[in-house]
Unconditional design. Structure first.
Length: 102
């Protein structure tokens, strides 16, 4: 799974991002990204990054909530540890210049 760069997953708002970067918010379309998963392999934010659209410039308003864990696998003989989490944010995608009015 290709992942979105973690340094572009931000907790600030879209307005704050545009103000800081000198960009106009109306040039972007906003796409919600949600990941309600169980991760056995590490950082939940890395797992979330795999759900971000490739054409996104940045994810804003990122929030992560651990809903369960860490815990051991319930399967006999399994030696896996994991966390269950919910993560969400808003991907900002630059609108095309060919009449995209959404």
């Amino acid at each position: 799974m290709t992942t979105f760069p973690l340094e572009k997953i931000l907790t600030i708002s879209a307005t704050e991002y545009c103000e800081m970067s000198g960009k106009n918010l109306s040039r972007y379309k906003a796409v919600g990204v949600h990941d309600d998963s169980m991760s056995y392999w590490g950082d939940p934010t890395e797992h979330f990054s795999g759900f971000v659209p490739a054409e996104a410039e940045v994810v804003v308003n990122y929030q992560l909530q651990r809903t369960l864990g860490p815990y051991e696998s319930a399967q006999p003989g399994a030696n896996a540890r994991g966390v269950q989490f919910t993560a969400h944010g808003t991907a900002l995608i630059l609108r095309n210049n060919q009449g995209d009015s959404q």
